[in-house]
Design a binder for this molecule. Structure first.
Ligand code: AMP
Ligand code: ZN
Ligand code: FE
Ligand code: FE
Length: 276
């Protein structure tokens, strides 16, 4: 058994609803998933309820895109209190800024002769956190690209006409928010970016762990990450970063061990005990 601790749903830019993700995880024989939508915890309750019915552990999670000194850091929060107002408020503001960004993306594309209907992109995104994958779907629908990958390459990647950066928050703020909401903060898919200076800085802010097992990390990279982070007493997590079938490695294609899951569960249980 294994746990997939990095999963996106239709609440952000994934293709399956929280319930469908739980059902698929069960079919695949996973012991747990963490729902880690971009800038939103709004799918977690639905996944938890379904998890209870299906006998699958669901860890509440979120993924927040951060930036410091021109470097992007994705920070995962696990075990957060879903009613924590400062976190909910900040995430809601990030989602609002995604809507403003969508308007800018659509008008930048229009200035390059690529005409999308803003309302249609909003429809594709539904009520969740709108992102470039939703614009990519609209581009495909209108024949401006054949695939998501091509839509990004031609229109949406940095340096392309439709590129508009997201509002990003400092890693320190994300880690503070997650910890204040009773959760633990994990550096997602650090790849080759994990230099000791950046790591020391995030650890100084209260980083709890590193996402070691991720589809972007080769086996050699996993080994070197383990060599770097285990001696520092950091904890280990992993997940597939699953968005949609047919893209990436599939749900459960990259996982954390059940031992790593148990350490995470114990940490969030301890943190969420009321202060006496
Ligand atoms: P956003 O948060 O709106 O900037 O969109 C980022 C999301 O777009 C990532 O989480 C991925 O799901 C997706 N993405 C980023 N780059 C690509 C790419 N080259 N091809 C397909 N999907 C991508
Ligand atoms: Zn995504
Ligand atoms: Fe990410
Ligand atoms: Fe992700």
């Amino acid at each position: 058994m294994a746990a997939d601790l990095h999963v996106h749903s239709t609440v952000s830019d994934g293709c399956l609803s929280p319930c469908e993700l739980v059902d698929l995880a069960k079919q695949k024989g996973l012991s747990a998933i963490a729902l880690t939508d971009h800038d939103s915890t709004e799918g977690v309750a639905e996944a938890e309820n379904r998890g209870r019915d299906m006998g699958l552990t669901v860890i509440p999670g979120v993924e927040i895109s951060c930036e410091a000194d021109d470097c992007e850091y994705h920070i995962l929060g696990y075990g957060i209190d879903l009613a924590d107002l400062p976190l909910l408020d900040r995430l809601a503001r990030l989602r609002e800024s995604r809507h403003r960004r969508l308007e800018q993306i659509v008008s930048r594309l229009a200035a390059h002769g690529i005409n999308l209907d803003l309302q249609r992109v909003r429809e594709i995104a539904g009520s969740g956190a709108v992102g470039r994958p939703h614009v990519a779907e609209a581009l495909i629908e209108r024949g401006y690209a054949d695939s998501r990958a091509q839509a990004f390459q031609r229109h949406l990647n940095r340096g392309r006409p439709g590129y508009v950066p997201r509002e990003k928050i400092l890693p320190r703020e994300a880690i503070d928010l997650i910890r204040a909401a009773g959760g633990v903060a994990v550096w997602a898919h650090p790849g080759w970016q994990l230099q000791s200076a950046a790591l020391a800085e995030l650890v100084g802010y209260g980083l709890w762990g590193i996402e070691v097992w991720h589809p972007d990390h080769s086996p050699q990279r996993v080994r070197s990450l383990l060599d770097l982070v285990v001696p520092q007493g950091l904890h280990l997590t992993g997940g597939s970063d699953f968005h949609c079938a047919g893209a990436g490695c599939g749900l459960g294609g990259c996982t954390a061990t059940d031992a790593a899951l148990a350490v995470l569960q114990e940490a969030v249980r301890r943190l969420s005990k009321p202060c006496l």
